[in-house]
Design a protein around this ligand. Structure first.
Ligand code: NAD
Length: 260
């Protein structure tokens, strides 16, 4: 049902973003992916997207800490694939450390990649959506958009901020056929989670198994990781016509985490 629609997804060379890309392509959307990674793996993903959608896919290596590159990515997407109909702001990184030891450069990078980049992409694509009178903007939040865990001050601040930003843009464009929502996953097994295990072991003095079972899954009532495909299916749902009254919403998909 997304034939003829163009989707731009930041941070989609891996993990949840890759899942969004495949699910939207499977519905026929032409997709531009973004992020870092191995060139041959990125080429393979683009080919997979093209065979799923039957139309062209593209890749941008824009760095989400660099506003100029973000604006160029949005322009390239419109030029190569068409005016952006669906924008998913998904790029993210994590750093785990007590606030009084938190490195300044990590703080800035997390704020830029998770929060500030969404401002730049949204600002760049909204005029095209307004002209068409249709658009879907989805921001990847987190359970840490509404609740906190220690040692993640930058991430939790950025994820709270992106939820506030989503709600604001939703109100600004509500009457123009454009919806803006936040999808807030609980712990999902991706390279981002894998990467924070060593630091968490260090700051909490725990083994790998203890971090997985006693830190990550302990507060997730289902006791299992959310699956990438489940999150992608929610994004597809938000792109449907019947979802047009869902805007400014925070969709928790967190195994009950934030119900506690
Ligand atoms: P991931 O590490 O698998 O993917 C992150 C993506 O962002 C990659 O494509 C990476 O190349 C890209 N990226 C990183 N820095 C970038 C930069 N400077 N410029 C452009 N792209 C950049 O992680 P993931 O778990 O799939 O995370 C995706 C999103 O989901 C993030 O916003 C994350 O905060 C959020 N999230 C993840 C979980 C989880 O448990 N995995 C839970 C809640 C929210």
């Amino acid at each position: 049902f997304l034939k003829g629609k163009t989707a731009l997804i930041t941070g989609s060379t891996s993990g949840i973003g890759g899942g969004y890309a495949k699910a939207l392509a499977a519905e026929g959307a032409t997709v531009m992916i973004n992020g870092f990674g191995d060139k041959s793996e990125i080429d393979t993903l683009c080919q997979e997207l093209e065979s799923l959608s039957g139309v062209k896919a593209a890749y941008s290596n824009a760095d989400m800490t660099k506003p100029e590159e973000i604006r160029q990515m949005c322009a390239d997407c419109a030029e190569q694939l068409g005016v952006v109909d669906i924008l998913i702001n998904n790029a993210g990184i994590q750093h785990v450390a007590p606030v009084d030891e938190f490195p300044e450069d990590k703080w800035d990078a997390i704020m830029d990649i998770i929060c500030n980049s969404a401002f730049h992409t949204t600002k760049a694509v909204l005029p095209g959506m307004k002209e068409k009178g249709w658009g879907r903007i989805i921001n990847t939040g987190s359970m840490h958009s509404t609740v906190a865990s220690p040692y993640k001050s930058a991430y939790n601040a950025a994820k709270h901020a992106i939820l506030g930003f989503s709600k604001t843009v939703a109100l600004e464009v509500a009457a123009q056929g454009i919806t803006v929502n936040t999808i807030s996953p609980g712990y999902t097994w991706t390279p981002l989670i894998e990467g924070q295990i060593p630091n968490t072991m260090k700051v909490r003095g725990l083994s790998r198994e203890q971090v997985i079972n006693d830190v990550l899954l302990a507060p997730q009532p289902t006791k299992e990781f959310v699956q990438i495909e489940q999150i992608a299916a929610l994004a597809v749902f938000l792109c449907q016509e019947n979802s047009r009254s869902i805007t400014g919403a925070n969709m928790n998909i967190d195994g009950g985490w934030t119900a506690q």
